[in-house]
Design a binder for this molecule. Structure first.
Ligand code: SF4
Ligand code: SF4
Length: 56
């Protein structure tokens, strides 16, 4: 399992600062390295648009 950031990301950067393992990269939309994500949910908790969600 890992979280995935969807197209609603507005690239605010809030999630990157909260990730305990530093697996979120910036870009036009931010992206999560699914090999490092520990599924903690911190990114989803701080995102203003609800872009990070648990992968199916
Ligand atoms: S769920 Fe946790 S470990 Fe995974 S990307 Fe979000 S903040 Fe980082
Ligand atoms: S907190 Fe949400 S909107 Fe901001 S960069 Fe992260 S995923 Fe994108």
């Amino acid at each position: 399992m890992a979280y995935v950031i969807n197209d609603s990301c507005i690239a605010c950067g809030a999630c990157q600062a909260e990730c305990p393992v530093g697996c979120i990269s910036d870009g036009d939309i931010y992206t999560i390295d699914d090999s490092q994500c520990i599924d903690c949910g911190s990114c989803a908790a701080v995102c203003p648009v609800g872009a990070p969600n648990p992968e199916d």
